[in-house]
Structures are given as structure tokens and as C-alpha cells.
Ligand binder design. Sequence first.
Ligand code: AMP
Length: 632
Amino acid sequence: MNKFEQLGLSESLLRAILDLGFENPTEVQEKAIPLLLAQDTDMVALAQTGTGKTAAFGFPLIQKIDADNRNTQALILSPTRELCLQITNEIKNYSKYEKGINVVAIYGGASITEQAREIKRGAQIIVATPGRMQDMINRGLVNISQINYCILDEADEMLNMGFYEDIVNILSTSPDEKSTWLFSATMPQEVARIAKQFMSEPLEITVGTKNSGSATVSHEFYLVNARDRYEALKRLADANPDIFSVVFCRTKRDTQAVAEKLIEDGYSAAALHGDLSQAQRDGVMKSFRGRQIQMLVATDVAARGIDVDNITHVVNYQLPDEVETYNHRSGRTGRAGKLGTSIVIVTKSELRKISAIERIIKQKFEEKSIPSGIEICEIQLLHLANKIKDTEVDHEIDNYLPAINNVLEDLSKEELIKKMVSVEFNRFINYYKKNRDISAQSAGERRESDGAPRDNSGAVRYFVNIGSRDNFDWMSLKDFLKETLDLGRDDVFKVDVKEGFSFFNTDAEHSAKVMDILNGIELEGRKINVEISKNDGGGRSSSRRDHNGRSGGFGGGRSGGGGGFRSDRSSAPKREGGFRSDRGGSSDRPVRRSEGFSSDRPRREGGFSERAPRRSEGTRSEAPRARRPRRD
Ligand code: AMP
């Protein structure tokens, strides 16, 4: 009997779950489903977004609905149109083997008449945003006087968005005897008030710690001078070639300006804010979901309800005015059991906000330095090498090989590799070798008056050819290194894991041992290769905060185990393909023969990078975004 069967779910739901590929119930599902199936009860569930809560209420709801009765039996309220559509889709997927169940989404910005028509055809489950729902009730287009179930999803978000009145009005027109299930990431007073007013003796379940940030998100801050904020953002993007991120700004104007600058500098970015029309916003979201946009620059309001899995980083380009908002921002990453990072670019005057946020999320930030030019170059170079290794060859190229061989025949393999890599890489080196260090003075002493001197000397930084692809995250790699090298707790530091490779530091006294032992080892049939990196990684972290706030949580690291979601990090999508600049409608456009394969005219039309400068060189336009950094 699998774990879903043990929860008491019906045959048809189990079939749908099998199709969806869910292997094990998540914590919130394990806790909520048996309770909701066993009795008609009110429930308050504290669970972050991305924990599988839609299924936690969706499965029991579907099982309880009477499919032979066409009346509306359940109402699910959710904060945004995005989420509303997502929940509707999920419920449809879950109920696909359940005959006769109709789910209808109602939300603003679409035809109210069409939505009313759909409801008239018979919708046992309505998924709605509060504003449109209230509107339809007022116009008599919907009748919820017979519902048995009401679900308030992301209640804190709904109240944050000012839907208190609407929610109260809607709940007042529904029958008292119904069951109400409230899901919320946090429990501010307003949510507690709703619970008190409209629920009777609700069962309470909590996933993770109350009011805490998700255990799958680590938090980092980078201290810079205000004038370097944008440069810092670019460097962070360059140091994370696979970044797929939401970048938060405080105002619409800043959002637009940052997005424009990024686009100008050759990044795949777009702005999302309230001055865009609904159609424009939909277009941006579609491109973001399709991974044609790598950096979505957004305001808090516009980003509410963004529900995209696999976001690797949330970047707080500016901190929000209200520290509570930070939680909503960082919750956009670390979803569905994946690990995520929430980055804050901060100036000295804002540092106290970091401590305030730490108190709210009950997790510590790690202070990090903006990567140096050398470090970025190394990362990009290795990323490029990995990309070359992984590139699938299109055999159309075979026709051209004789001619290509003719040109290159005098080069040795070594020379050829050097030249190939240099084609993409020279401009990176040229850009970064001239650029200064932009990390501001460490915040360590400022935040922790331990007076301990910084130890920036004597650290050796290594490059090693294992990374997240081998199911490592920073924590498990650190453990692996400590164990393998028989080193102490703090002897391995500044562990930075990329997809196909990683960096770490030790003090110089350990370097012979590191090189000796690691270079002789095989990991699952692959030889480990470790080299000393040119960059020292900035010595030890001044605050000695080594991600100490995170629990192992969802399948962190090599074990790949743990309950809940599939934690196999290697199943994280390979984004190399996703961000290619030959995207959009032009992706299937053949290369112009006259340009040949080594053309310096990349196929780069369409999409969001139209305004990006044309690359002056480059073997392929989709090389791993060894972007042309701008010299301004
Ligand atoms: P939610 O918190 O409901 O937004 O869910 C986040 C994501 O996790 C969605 O893409 C779900 O399809 C997925 N999901 C939900 N339950 C499971 C499960 N038991 N195993 C794997 N994925 C799940």
C-alpha cells in the first residue's frame, strides 16, 4: 500500500496521483488529508506556498463533492488571478478520473458574462478571487447559499491585498453549517480575526515552524555602496549562469529602469508592474514561465501570486518598506522541495533591517561578498566548458566538417580548446580584469560586536568538478569534504555549488592534503578533479555565519531522501536550453547559409532581448550567456 492509499484516498484520485508522478504525500498533505476525510470540520493550516497545500485541500474536497448534484458545493477563494487559474488547473488534474465534476475559475479582467454562463452550466467547485466573487454575488450571477465547503487559500495574502471586506461579505452570504478550511503562510491578527469570526473549533495544523520562512530557502546578503547596487546585481547574475529569478524593486519606476538596463546589457530580463496592461503582464508571465526571461524584475504588488516552480533566486534589489513583505518575496523560491536562495543587496544604512527580518523569518542570513571579477570569469569559463561537453551535436554540421577541418587542421587539440573557449570568453576577461572590487566593508563587526579580527589571509580556494548535478548542495558538499579530508567543523568554508562544479576554501595548511586526497578519489565512477583557484574567495566569512539557519528540510543534498517532494536535485531542469537567445518565434529559423556556423551574426531576434547589443563575436548565439558586460 503506498503512502497516498494509507491516507484513505479514493481509487480515482490515486490514479490521478500516479499520473502526476507524486511519489509521497508532503507534510501538509499527510497531516490534513486524513483529518478532512474523516470528518466535516473547520481547519486552520499554517503552510507556506509550495508545500503542496492545493492537493492537501483539493484531494479531500474532490472526494467529498457529490458529482451527481450540479449545485455549487464548494468555493475556493484565492488572492490572485494567477493562483486562481493554477488552483483550477490542479483541481481539474486531480479530478480527471472523477466523472461529472466541474470546476470553474472566476477572476477579474475577463468576461463576467462568460464566467456566469459557465457557472450556470453547473459548477460544483468555484475557484475565485474575492473582488470578482463579490461582484458576481451582488449581480446575482452566482449562488453560494448551498455550499458545504469554503476554502480560503493564502489568507494572509488576501488580507494583505485589502480583501478583508470582500471576504467577510462573501462568507456572510454562505451557510453557517459549511466547513471552512483556511490556509495561510502566516497568522497575522486579521487572519486570526477571520478564523475566530467564521470558524468553529477549527483543527489546527502547522507545517514547519509558525511564521518561519521556508526551510528550503537560504538567505544571503551582500553589502555594497548605494552607487554599486546595479553593478552588484549584474555580478550576481554573472556568477550564477543558471539563475532564474524574480528581482524585487520598491517602485514601478525602479522596476522599469532596472529591467531596461538589464535588457540593454544583454540579459534576458523583463519588467512586471502595475503600469503594464493585463495583456502585457500576461505576455511577460508567459515568457517567464517559458524561461525565455531569466530575470523578472517586479514590484511586490505585481509579483503577488506568482506561482512558478524552480525559481533559483529571489533578489531583493531593494528591501521592502515593510519587513514582513520579505517573507512573501522569499517564498517565491524554494518551492516544491527544491532549494532556493533569497539574496539581499543592502547598503550600510539598511543593515538593521536584516536583523529585523532575521527575527521574523527565524533564520539567519549569511553575509557574502560580491564575487570578484576573477571568480566570475572562472565560473563562466567552467560553465562554458560544461556546456560544450553537454551540447548535443546536430549532424547537419557533418556536411561542413571537411571545410572546418581544413581551416583548423594545424591546431593541436589544446590550442583548439583554448581558442574555442576564448571566442566566447575574451570579452568577459577583458571586462572584469579592469573592474574593481565592489563589496563594501564587511558588516560582520557591525552586526556582531565580537571584535574578532577578520581572517582574510592564508585561505586557499579550490575548484572541484562536482556540483549540484551530482546531488550536492553547499551543506552536503561541505560534509562530504570534511569527512573525506578528515577536517574539522570550520576547516572547509565558502562552499559555493554550481551545476557541474563547485568552489570551496580551506586554510593554506590543508592544501596539500586537499590536493592529495581529493585528486585520487572516484565518485560514482567519475574521477574527482580539484584545482587551486586563482581567486581566494575572500577568506573566511567575516560573520562566520555558515547558513546556520537552515534545517536539512526537503531532501537537501546527496542523500536525496527525506519525505515530501521528490528531492532529486538532478531533476531540476537544465536551464541551458531554456534561456537560449534563439528563442521565441525565431527558434526554428535556420541559420543563413551564407553566414556559416561560425557566424558572428547570432540568431537572436524576437523575445525580450531585442534591445540587447548584438554580439560582436561568438560561435553560437546561445552560448551560456557569456554576456557582453557593458563598459560604461
Ligand atoms: P502548492 O503548494 O499546492 O502550490 O504545490 C506546489 C507544487 O508541488 C505544485 O506544482 C504541485 O503540483 C506539486 N506537488 C504537490 N504535491 C506534491 C507531492 N506529493 N509530490 C510532488 N509534488 C507535489
